[in-house]
Write a protein that binds this ligand. Structure first.
Ligand code: ADP
Ligand code: ADP
Length: 232
C-alpha cells in the first residue's frame, strides 16, 4: 500500500550537507500498522513528509495505493493525496473553528457540499467519540480530545492511508494508550493502512504489526514486530 524505494534527502545549511534520509526503502502492506522508530534527528519527520511529498526526495520513488507520487504532476499529486490522511504531534487545529468545523475543513478543500460535509463530519466524530463536543472550540478540549479531532479531520475524506507524525508524543501515558487504541480500532474497522513515526518503543509494541528502526537517515532493521522485539 505504501512503497518507499531508495529515497534520499539532503539538506544544505551553512556549507554543510545533512543526509536526513540515506537510501531508505520500506514496504507497508494493506491493512497493516507500520511503525518507524528512531531518536530525535534520525530522519523520521523527513521520512513521513517525503511519503506525502510535503518534502520532495532528491532521489528514489514513493508509491501509495498504486500511484507513484514522485512521478505525478501537481494536479495528479493533489488528487493522489486525497488517499492520505495525516495526524500531527501538536494537532494543528484551527482555533477559530469548532470541532465540527475543523473536521469539515478537509472536505471543504476538496469541494464537498455543505449537507454532505455535515453528514460525514458527524459520522466520523461519532467514530472517535466526540459528537457531543462538536460545537466546542479546540481551547475547550483536553489534549486527547484535540487529537481525536485531528484524527477525525484526517479521516473525513475517507483516505486509504493514515500517516501519524508523533501523534501521541504530547500526551500523557494514559491518553497515549487511548489514542493508540483508537488508531487500532480505525485500522480494523475501516481497513485503513497506518504508518506512524515515534521515538517510543511502547507505542510500537502496543499497536504495530511491523516496524523499522531508523538511525542517521538509514533503516538499520525492519520486520514483523514479533521478530524485532524478541531480538536480544
Ligand atoms: P526526526 O524527525 O527523526 O527528529 P528529522 O527528519 O526532523 O528527524 O531530521 C533529520 C535530520 O535532518 C536532522 O539532522 C535535522 O536537523 C535535519 N533537517 C531536517 N529538516 C531540515 C531542514 N529543513 N533543513 C536543514 N536540516 C534539516
Ligand atoms: P519534530 O521533531 O517535532 O518534528 P523538528 O524540530 O525536528 O520537529 O522540526 C520541525 C521543522 O523544522 C520541520 O519542518 C523540519 O523539517 C525543520 N527542521 C528540523 N531540523 C532543522 C534544521 N537543522 N534546520 C532547519 N530546519 C530544520
Amino acid at each position: 500500500m505504501i512503497s518507499v524505494r531508495h529515497v534520499s534527502k539532503t539538506f544544505q545549511s551553512g556549507g554543510s550537507t545533512t543526509y536526513a534520509l540515506n537510501d531508505v526503502s520500506l514496504e507497508v502492506a494493506p491493512g497493516e500498522i507500520y511503525g518507524v522508530i528512531g531518536q530525535s534527528g534520525a530522519g523520521k519527520s523527513t521520512l513521513i513528509r517525503a511519503i506525502n511529498l510535503l518534502e520532495r526526495p532528491d532521489s528514489g520513488t514513493v508509491t501509495v495505493d498504486g500511484d507513484e507520487l514522485t512521478a505525478l504532476n501537481p494536479a495528479g499529486l493533489r488528487a493522489a493525496r486525497r488517499k492520505i490522511g495525516m495526524v500531527f504531534q501538536h494537532f494543528n487545529l484551527l482555533s477559530g473553528r469548532t470541532v465540527q468545523g475543523n473536521v469539515e475543513l478537509g472536505l471543504e478543500i476538496i469541494g464537498v457540499d455543505g449537507a454532505e460535509r455535515r453528514r460525514r463530519s458527524l459520522e466520523i466524530l461519532d467514530l472517535v467519540g466526540l459528537v457531543n463536543k462538536r460545537d466546542s472550540y479546540p481551547s475547550e478540549l483536553s489534549g486527547g480530545q484535540k487529537q481525536r479531532v485531528g484524527i477525525a479531520r484526517a479521516l473525513a475524506a475517507n483516505p486509504k492511508v493514515l500517516l501519524s507524525d508523533e501523534a501521541t508524543s504530547a500526551l500523557d501515558p494514559e491518553t497515549t494508550r487511548s489514542i493508540l487504541d483508537l488508531i487500532k480500532t480505525i485500522n480494523v474497522e475501516l481497513g485503513l493502512t497506518v504508518l506512524l513515526i515515534t521515538h517510543e518503543m511502547d507505542v510500537v509494541k502496543r499497536v504495530c504489526d511491523s516496524a523499522a528502526l531508523i538511525e542517521g537517515g538509514r533503516i538499520v532493521e525492519s520486520g514483523p514486530i514479533v521478530s524485532l522485539i524478541s531480538t536480544p
